[in-house]
Design a protein around this ligand. Structure first.
Ligand code: HEM
Length: 424
């Protein structure tokens, strides 16, 4: 345990995470009962050994039906399978032509020549894409509810002096439940209409309403329970990632120029963009990966150890919390040469391309790895390419920093302001 670690952690979590790893090794103790897995191998082990290190159900949008209790393992597997039918890479590839026009519009609407707070704008675009991906022609009716769910999430994750037991109906939790009920009430008639008309739709909701060969039909309540969390997931973390990407475009003009050159090959009418066009953006994708490596939006993942167990030679006591740290894995010189350097080329195919399992954890790994990684990569690659094609970005001149780094609920460039100048 590094000296004064908990106080130092409260002051600067990123610096403390690196100090802990440097001074104490691949697994270290932050305080009694709280361990940090800091290197690729123990991190991947924690995320993959779900019996020893189970993931607690997300407290953000719990199922509305309290009487039936937590979903069983079988129910979770059914819901996961239903979601993945809509989110797997093949399904995303078929819908690039719907995603590209919205990312292009973001770039077109960036006002030129003045400082703009970028995260709200990018979040709105990604929410349009996300709800469109989930609900197609029903998206515009559901978008306002999605925005409210996001607000409810923000209020819930705000730091507070007290950690109330889960059953206490704090104002934040009551607000969350009201928004969740409102969203579900708006969604229920959509589901009923699609089911009764037999026109289930080709969007993600349509995929979830189809029977799976293995599990049959997912019950309607399970569909409704899973969608608030998924809806927010389509734009909340991606918006954090997009903020870091746009900031790096501003800080690395040569790399931005290279993205712009590559993006010149995209079709003039974004609606005709296909997965093959996306495949023609290897450098842009590499840049997105490099930003996700240096600034993993989910930089710390939490697990628990219900029983005593071993991890990388350490004994983890029963009842401990284990924090998995993609941030330190990604800045470990054993995994990446010059790990603090921004170097998108390292992701281009070649002998040095980082491919070791567990060394890239921005989307987690194992049974709880990110379900939306294909969608996220498609949205972020297109947004990056189209923005760089249309404009140069820069940080506003002057004494004020362009953003503040926040680390409490994910790694984010809070308040990020950037200036766009149209390319000649
Ligand atoms: C840049 C964007 C994104 C990043 C960095 C990201 C990151 C992550 C990470 C690290 C996890 C694992 C959490 C853990 O192990 O505790 C995760 C899980 C998850 N992500 Fe993403 N995510 C992104 C976008 C998305 C999108 C677009 C969706 C889509 C709908 C999504 C849906 C999910 C779901 C449902 C899980 C939970 C999986 C489970 O617990 O079994 N994510 N994500």
């Amino acid at each position: 345990m590094p000296e004064g670690s908990f106080a130092a952690w409260s002051r600067d979590r990123l610096a403390m995470a690196r100090r802990g790893a440097e001074e104490c090794g691949d697994v270290w103790q932050l305080e009694p009962g709280v361990y940090v897995a800091a290197a690729a191998e123990p991190c991947a082990a924690v995320l993959c050994r779900t019996q020893d290190f189970p993931k607690a159900p997300s407290p953000l949008f719990p199922p509305l039906r309290r009487s039936s209790g937590a979903p069983t393992a079988e129910e979770r597997a059914r819901a996961h399978a239903a979601r993945m039918r809509g989110l797997r890479a093949q399904a995303v590839a078929a819908r690039i032509g719907e995603i590209a026009p919205r990312t292009a519009r973001f770039a077109e609407r960036l006002p030129a020549g003045r400082d703009v707070e970028i995260l709200p704008a990018v979040r709105h675009t990604l929410a349009e894409i996300g709800t469109g991906y989930l609900f197609a022609e029903d998206a515009s009716a559901l978008l306002p509810y999605a925005a409210q769910l996001f607000l409810a999430r923000e209020v819930l994750v705000r730091p507070s002096r007290w950690v109330w037991p889960r059953w206490v109906p704090t104002p934040a939790r009551r607000f969350r439940t009201r928004q969740q009920v409102a969203f579900t009430d708006a969604l229920r008639p959509v589901v009923s209409r699609r089911r009764s008309s037999g026109r289930l739709g080709d969007d993600m909701l349509g995929q979830m309403l189809r029977p799976s060969p293995r599990y049959g039909l997912l019950p309607e309540e399970a569909v409704l329970d899973t969608l608030p969390g998924i809806t927010v997931a389509t734009f909340e973390t991606p918006a954090r990632a997009a903020g870091w990407i746009l900031l790096q475009l501003a800080r690395h003009p040569q790399e931005a120029d290279r993205v712009a050159t590559e993006a010149a090959g995209l079709p003039a009418d974004p609606a005709t963009t296909t997965n093959a066009h996306l495949g023609g953006l290897p450098y842009t994708r590499a840049l997105v990966n490099e930003v996700l490596r240096l600034y993993p939006p989910s930089w710390l993942l939490t697990r628990h150890a219900p029983r005593q167990t071993q991890l990388a030679g350490y004994t983890i006591d029963a009842g401990s919390t284990v924090l998995v740290c993609p941030y330190t894995v990604h800045r470990d010189a054993r995994e990446y040469s010059e790990p603090d350097r921004f170097q998108p080329e390292r992701w281009l195919d070649g002998p040095d391309s980082p491919a070791k399992p567990g060394a890239f954890l921005s989307f987690g790994t194992g049974p709880h790895g990110c379900e939306g990684s294909a969608l996220a990569m498609a949205m972020l690659t297109l947004l990056t390419a189209q923005t760089a094609r249309r404009c140069h970005l820069s940080e506003p001149p002057g004494p004020l920093p362009s953003h503040q780094v926040t680390t409490l609920e994910g790694l984010a460039p809070a308040g990020l302001r950037l200036r766009a100048t149209l390319r000649g």
